[in-house]
Design a protein around this ligand. Structure first.
Ligand code: GAR
Length: 203
């Protein structure tokens, strides 16, 4: 009866990581435990959040390592720590086929739109909200999905819609989507997947 060991991969501010940390503390992820945070950006504030929560941190810098090297180093770290589920929480690098295959159905990602709108290569962070406002949609939201070889193309686990308001800027829309969708559905999806993994293990 062991909890699923979670590794969270980040690149930036880490508010989604914080949501996961808080959810675990509040007992909302009873089937999983966050073991480490891995960042491809040494300046990511997410690292400070992890340290403050007593979670191990690793940096494999995007500046220093190309994708292949990054994935090799990341795999070593994940294996050394017995990671069973990878959560991409604001992780901005597209992962290669080999890495994804190795962790099939064991990588989930949060994306700040209702997939299949405003997703895929080139749609990340604030750009997603710029595109949504540019199109003029009245509803956007967030999606948590499994990661496969198609960017933002894996099976959807959870989605939540959020209204777009008159006068929204990409920043105000981003904030509302984080608060009303991402920070809620990411921990929920992480728990759901951990529960499924444990079930498969026969626990
Ligand atoms: C979040 O909005 C997340 O959904 C998005 O970047 C932001 C990271 O914020 N991720 C992507 O766009 C991935 N394609 P955070 O570092 O505060 O969690």
């Amino acid at each position: 009866m062991s909890k699923v060991r979670i590794g969270v991969m980040v690149s930036g501010g880490g508010t989604n990581l914080q949501a996961l940390i808080d959810a675990e503390k509040e007992g909302k992820i009873p089937d999983g435990t966050i073991v480490l945070t891995l960042s491809d950006n040494e300046k990511a504030y997410a690292l400070t959040r992890a340290e403050n929560a007593g979670i191990k941190t690793y940096v494999v810098s995007k500046k220093q390592y190309d994708r292949k090297e990054f994935e090799k180093k990341a795999t070593e770290i994940l294996e050394d720590n017995g990671i069973e589920l990878i959560v991409l929480a604001g992780f901005m690098r597209i992962l290669g086929k080999e890495f994804i295959k190795k962790y099939e159905n064991r990588i989930i990602n949060v994306h700040p739109s209702l997939i299949p709108s405003f997703c895929g290569e080139g749609y990340y962070g604030i750009k997603v909200h710029e595109a949504a406002l540019g199109y003029g949609v009245k509803v956007s939201g967030a999606t948590v999905h499994y990661v496969n070889e198609i960017p933002d193309g894996g099976k959807i686990i959870k989605q939540k819609a959020v209204e777009v308001r008159e006068g929204d800027t990409p920043e105000t829309l981003q904030k509302r989507i984080m608060e009303q969708a991402e920070w809620i559905i990411l921990p929920e999806a992480a728990e759901q997947v951990c529960r499924e993994i444990r079930k498969k293990k026969g626990e």
